[in-house]
Design a protein around this ligand. Structure first.
Ligand code: FES
Ligand code: FE2
Length: 360
C-alpha cells in the first residue's frame, strides 16, 4: 500500500450521523457526519480494550465507544471515561488517530499519510462531473486481487480485442495491432491517446446515436492517477459525444479490491438510460474479472524486469515507474502478507486468516 495519497473510500450519501465502518488499506476506519454535516474519520479501534467504535453512537458531535462508553472528540481526544471517579485524570494516550477528509465527485476521500497539507498530491480533476449536459451513474465491483492489477487492466489497451471480443472489442477483433502512442507523464499521472474502431455490436439505447459513427475512428484516452485511479475517455467523431469511465480501485487489503466507478456521458442523458450505461460498464469489467484474478503474482512486481513488456504496454510501464518512484521515496507501507503470499499458490484463504485471527 502507498501512503500520502487521498483515497476515496465511500459514497458521500452513505455517510450519516450513524457511525459507519470502512475497511480499506488493510485497516478499519469509522466515519460519521457531525451536526455541521462534516465528515469525521477515525481509526475504528478504541485504545481502551480495542472495541470497534463503529458499533457505538454519535453524541454532541463526539463518538461513544459501545463497550465502556468512553467518549472521543472528532480530533480523537478522549474527553470522558464514565467509570472514573470525579477528579481522576484522563490518560494522555487515550486518543485515536484521525484522518483529513474531503468530499468530491460524490465520494468521501480520506488522506492516509504523514506529509503536510501543501505537499499532498491533489485529487484528479474531473471537470465534466456536474457540468451542464453531462449525466453520471455510479457502480462498483469486487475483485479478488491486488488493486495494482485491476488498475493496470483498466489502462491496458491491447487486451481489448481478446477479452472483449464480444463487446467493446468486436470492432478491432481482427486488427489487434495497437498503433504506436506517446505517453504524457505528469507528476502523479500518465495518459495516452489511441484511435480504435467502434464495436459493431452496440445495442440498446446507444445504438441509435453511435451507429451514425459508422466505421469512423474512435479516440480513446487512457489515463491513470497515482496510486489507484483510472480514467478512460471515448470520443466519437460525431456530435462531440463522449463517454468517461472514472474508476477508483479501492484497496481493501492485499488481495481484495473494490472498484467504485462513475460513468459520465454527454448524450442520451435521460435518467431512463442510466441502467443501460451502468450495465455496459459492469459487463465489460465482468469480462475482465476471471483473467485479472488469475494473474500471478497478485501484485504487480516492483522490478520492471520481472515481467515482459511490448510497446503497447508503455502506459503500464509509466505506471510501474511512478509507483517505483513512490516506493523509493519511502511511501510504501508494509504489507500484511509476504511477497510469496501474493501468489495464487497460497494455502489459506483470507476468510481462514480472519477466522484464525479471531480465535487468537
Ligand atoms: S473498549 Fe472502548 S471504552 Fe472500553
Ligand atoms: Fe478490459
Amino acid at each position: 500500500m502507498l501512503k500520502n495519497f487521498w483515497y476515496a473510500c465511500e459514497l458521500s450519501s452513505a455517510i450519516t450521523s450513524k457511525p459507519k465502518r470502512v475497511t480499506m488499506l488493510n485497516q478499519e476506519f469509522v466515519l460519521y457526519r457531525n451536526s455541521q454535516k462534516e465528515v469525521v474519520a477515525l481509526n475504528d479501534v478504541c485504545p481502551h480494550r480495542g472495541a470497534a467504535l463503529s458499533n457505538g453512537w454519535v453524541e454532541d458531535d463526539c463518538i461513544r465507544c459501545p463497550y465502556h462508553g468512553w467518549k472521543y472528540q472528532a480530533d480523537g481526544t478522549c474527553i470522558k471515561i464514565p467509570a472514573n471517579q470525579p477528579g481522576v485524570p484522563i490518560p494522555k494516550r487515550a486518543r485515536i488517530d484521525t484522518y483529513p477528509v474531503q468530499e468530491k465527485y460524490g465520494f468521501v476521500w480520506l488522506f492516509w499519510g504523514d506529509i503536510p497539507e501543501k505537499e499532498r498530491p491533489p485529487l484528479p480533476s474531473l471537470p465534466e462531473f456536474g457540468a451542464p449536459g453531462w449525466r453520471a451513474v455510479y457502480g462498483q465491483l469486487h475483485w479478488n486481487t491486488h488493486y495494482t492489477r485491476v488498475l493496470e487492466n483498466a489502462i491496458d489497451i491491447s487486451h481489448v480485442p481478446f477479452i472483449h471480443v464480444n463487446s467493446i472489442g468486436s470492432g478491432i477483433a481482427d486488427q489487434p495491432r495497437i498503433e504506436e502512442y506517446d505517453v504524457s507523464i505528469g507528476e502523479w499521472s500518465g495518459s495516452a491517446t489511441v484511435t480504435a474502431s467502434q464495436s459493431n455490436k452496440t445495442k440498446g439505447f446507444w445504438k441509435t446515436i453511435l451507429s451514425k459513427q459508422g466505421s469512423r475512428p474512435l479516440s480513446v484516452t487512457l489515463s491513470f492517477y497515482m496510486p489507484n485511479i483510472s480514467r478512460l475517455e471515448f470520443g466519437f467523431s460525431i456530435g462531440h459525444f463522449r463517454i468517461i469511465l472514472f474508476i477508483i480501485h479501492v484497496p481493501i487489503d492485499d488481495r481484495t479490491t473494490m472498484s467504485k466507478w462513475i460513468v459520465l456521458r454527454n448524450f442520451i442523458t435521460v435518467p431512463l438510460a442510466d441502467g443501460d450505461a451502468r450495465k455496459r460498464a459492469l459487463k465489460t469489467m465482468l469480462e475482465d474479472k476471471p483473467i485479472i484474478e488469475s494473474q500471478n503474482p497478485k501484485i504487480i512486481p516492483n522490478d520492471l524486469t520481472s515481467e515482459l513488456h511490448a510497446p503497447s504496454d508503455n502506459l503500464s510501464i509509466a505506471y510501474r515507474k511512478l509507483r517505483k518512484k513512490c516506493l523509493d521515496m519511502g511511501w510504501g507501507m508494509e504489507s500484511h502478507l509476504s511477497q510469496s503470499d501474493y501468489t495464487n499458490s497460497h494455502v489459506a484463504e483470507p476468510s481462514q486468516d480472519l477466522a484464525i485471527a479471531k480465535v487468537f
